[in-house]
Design a protein around this ligand. Structure first.
Ligand SMILES: *Cc1c(COP(=O)(O)O)cnc(C)c1O
Length: 409
């Protein structure tokens, strides 16, 4: 499996939509073929449309708050005594995480398609919250499909969605969680596609949704590459870009602009959720899984039993608690362009403590997984190695669990 140099990674799939010939695709009911095809044609047109790009850039700058800061963590670097540690503080974006990039682009597409309604699914609630925020901004009526069980567990995010004027549709089928919310959302889209646009919250789902999301979050590395050149005058000889991986949208967006560098110069390290120490449960299909399954309309590495049943995941971080992963990352793993590992709940908590002890930075539990790997690596490396961690979320949302586990926030 090889990565081409001059083609964007989101376009390196075969004619059936599979990256590396086996990851991705578009496993959808017959009734969705037409709306998916229409969306594909529209997106291919818009991404080459100068006015659309201008609009996107305007809202990224003036509403999302791009570029987000790029800072050196001097105290943490001194304490660990090895490689330089830097952070790209994406949590400074509007809403406190990177999901706003994808939500914004989906709303802009919906407007261009003349749709008045937008629907999306959500598990932990962050994708739904961000979509409801963007829908409010762009004057779209928003419906969020959410498992009944998740609604009970994620009250603050549900309150935020309602405050933004979104309707939450509870899903009572199956396990009453994300997987079922996705199916229900797609069913709704089938019967309402003339008036309604559908958004998927990460680089997952049928091929076109992977592409739209990856295209949107790539803003992170576009900014970063300029910021690195401002600081270092060129891309350093030894650069490591570390990011947590749930569905894979922040990590893909953090790496995309550096895809054409040799991995000896720019290494990509993805950190999945290893779950509680001493437990078999995790949310790390790239690190611990090896079997491909179909989830969310696409083929990917997925946590599954010997019979192919999707297995329950567990992680301290809601944002990483997903049994599958983007086909883009499956491709990067098989092509050996990125390295994937996992951090346990406990390692993420320890990393959170260390980072907040030394720095004025408050990474949520998802990026704390990435910091755990940076903390492990840095002391073994020299000062000329530059480690950058994508601090993609703010811990304000995790305050209850941090108080519970660490006794303080
Ligand atoms: C949703 C979320 C994630 C995981 O999703 P990706 O698509 O892998 O980025 C990670 N961090 C935060 C803060 C999130 O909200």
């Amino acid at each position: 499996m090889k990565i081409k140099k001059n083609v964007p990674l989101i376009d390196q799939h075969d004619k059936n939509g599979f990256w590396g010939g086996k990851f991705g695709g578009s496993f959808i009911p017959e009734t969705l073929k037409k709306p998916v095809e229409d969306l594909t044609i529209l997106f291919q047109k818009l991404r080459r449309d100068k006015n659309f790009i201008k609009k996107r850039d305007y809202y990224f700058k003036n509403w999302v708050g791009s570029p987000t800061p790029f800072i050196k963590l001097e105290n943490l670097t001194e304490h660990l005594g090895g490689a330089q540690i830097w952070a790209k503080v994406v949590s400074e974006a509007n809403g406190g995480a990177h999901k706003i990039y994808n939500a914004t682009v989906h709303c802009l597409i919906a407007k261009r398609a003349g749709k008045k309604h937008i629907v999306g699914d959500t598990g932990a609630g962050y994708a739904g919250k961000m979509l409801s925020m963007a829908a409010k901004k762009f004057g779209l009526k928003c419906k969020i499909f959410m498992g009944a069980k998740d609604i009970k567990r994620q009250k603050p995010n549900c309150d935020a969605m309602r405050k933004n004027g979104a309707e939450i549709v509870p899903v009572y089928t199956g396990s009453q969680t994300l997987v079922d919310a996705v199916s229900e959302c797609m069913r709704h889209w089938v019967s309402n596609c003339d008036s309604t646009h559908m958004a998927v919250g990460s680089t997952v789902g049928p091929n076109i949704f992977v592409k739209i999301c990856g295209w949107s979050t790539s803003q992170i590395s576009r900014e970063l590459s300029i910021q690195i050149k401002d600081e270092f005058l060129k891309i350093p000889e030894k650069l490591k870009l570390i990011n947590c991986v749930g569905g894979g949208s922040s990590s893909f967006g953090f790496w995309n602009e550096f895809m054409h560098y040799k991995k000896k110069q720019v290494e990509f390290i993805g950190v999945e959720a290893g779950g509680p120490k001493n437990s078999k449960k995790h949310a790390a299909p790239l690190t611990y899984g090896s079997k491909i399954g179909i989830l969310h309309g696409a083929a990917q590495y997925v946590n599954q039993s010997a019979e192919g049943q999707i297995e329950e995941t567990e992680s301290i971080s809601a944002g990483l608690d997903y049994p599958g992963v983007s086909p883009l990352h499956c491709f990067l793993k098989d092509a050996k362009r990125a390295r994937y590992t996992a951090a346990s709940d406990e390692e993420a908590l320890r990393a959170y403590q260390l980072v907040t002890k030394f720095e004025n930075l408050n990474p949520s539990l998802e990026p704390s997984h990435a910091f755990a790997e940076a903390i492990k690596l840095a002391p073994k490396l020299n000062r000329d190695t530059v480690i950058i961690v994508n601090s993609c979320g703010d811990a304000q949302k995790d305050r209850d669990i941090l108080r519970q586990r660490l006794g303080k926030f």
